[in-house]
Write a protein that binds this ligand. Structure first.
Ligand code: E4P
Length: 218
């Protein structure tokens, strides 16, 4: 399973990249706003800066919700760097835009997926990735991981190339269960990725090894 980091924070992207396990980055307008990035020039420059850090796909989301606007924005984003994946919301014109970019060989990530039907439609339109938001479904007492499972079955039934990018990942158990189900990619915060490192028995064991070593070398 590929690991993407879900942030526009350059320091966190660099930290995940330095860990050696990063396969890509996802951003969204809220994450860009959180970093104080605004204005077309600054937004494009920030995507360029992300592409310089990471070796892998970088999802950059369009703001337009009409077909022409999505095409205009998506083409400008895709021209920035070959790592850019145009992130398109799951709306009617978005499906048309997915097909347009797919026909042109431009990678896409269909975002705001909350049902298997939406994922199927995006895959049929040629999306490179679909992003089901598991954390937000969990937030409303709906089975986010169950959605990943349903999409996995559907995509495998028909051999779709579209990759399942489990999004809105909140904690390490989401990552582990996504890997068990067979999501192709997960995107989450640095905290969820780093939480995979931790186990109290590792800490206790290491402290004992170091204490024993110190004793026998004193
Ligand atoms: C997906 O690409 C989104 O950026 C993201 O995963 C949304 O996560 P959130 O529900 O934590 O905002």
């Amino acid at each position: 399973m590929k690991f993407f980091i879900d942030t526009a924070n350059l320091a966190q992207i660099k930290e995940a990249q330095d860990l050696g396990v990063l396969d890509g980055v996802t951003t969204n307008p809220s994450l860009m706003a959180k970093e104080g990035i605004s204005g077309e020039k600054n937004v494009l420059a920030h995507y360029r800066a992300i592409c310089e850090i990471v070796n892998g796909d970088v999802s950059a989301e369009v703001i337009s919700t009409d077909f022409e606007g999505m095409v205009r924005e998506g083409e400008a984003l895709a021209a920035l760097d070959e790592k850019i994946v145009v992130k398109i919301p799951m709306v009617k014109d978005g499906v048309k835009a997915l097909k347009y970019f797919s026909d042109k060989g431009i990678k896409t990530n269909c975002t705001l997926i909350f049902s298997a039907g939406q994922a199927l439609l995006a895959a049929k339109a040629g999306a490179t990735y679909v992003s089901p938001f598991i954390g937000r479904l969990d937030d409303i007492s709906t089975d986010g991981l169950g959605l990943i499972d349903s999409i996995r079955v559907i995509f495998d039934n028909y051999g779709f190339d579209t990759e399942i990018l489990a999004a809105s990942v909140r904690h390490p158990m989401h990552i582990i269960e996504c890997a068990q189900i067979g999501a192709d990619v997960m995107t989450g915060p640095l905290s969820a990725i780093e939480a995979l490192l931790k186990h109290p028995l590792t800490d206790i064991g290491l402290a004992k090894f170091l204490a024993d070593h110190a004793k026998s070398n004193s």
